[in-house]
Design a protein around this ligand. Structure first.
Ligand code: ZN
Length: 126
């Protein structure tokens, strides 16, 4: 419902138009009400319109969907050891941690702990 909208008044039953009127408490404006231009009955308020349930639920769903999108990649970043465990050299059975450098047991060359190669073998017992 909004000012200027054509409705049937619930009080006088006539086809009427919604009129916005300031709600006064003495000389203070405390709100806004919608009244019937024919009989002056209060037929609603802007607050009623904004507090109606369906739009709020839709907004909540959109917010939840937004959180869902954010939560999904975070779950994928979980480093739980499973079949998809990161194929980084540091997780490889062939990876040798030396005090001064890290070596790949496959070719004996310096290995990047966060690197990847075609000879990855999942480290066991961890
Ligand atoms: Zn009326």
């Amino acid at each position: 419902m909004r000012p200027g909208e054509s409705i049937t008044c619930p009080r006088c039953g006539e086809r009427t138009v919604v009129k916005s009127r300031k709600k006064m408490d003495g000389f203070t404006v405390v709100g806004e009400v919608y009244v019937c231009i024919l009989c002056g009955a209060e037929i609603g308020s802007p607050e009623d319109a904004s507090a109606s349930a369906p739009p709020d639920h839709a907004a909540a769903d959109r917010f939840a969907a937004l959180l869902g999108d954010v939560a999904a990649p975070a779950a994928k970043a979980d480093l739980t050891p499973d079949a998809d465990y990161g194929r980084f050299c540091r997780n490889c059975e062939l990876f040798i941690e030396h005090p001064f450098r890290t070596i790949c047991g496959h070719d004996g060359r310096t290995a990047d702990p966060m690197g990847e190669c075609g000879h990855f073998q999942k480290k066991l017992g961890k």
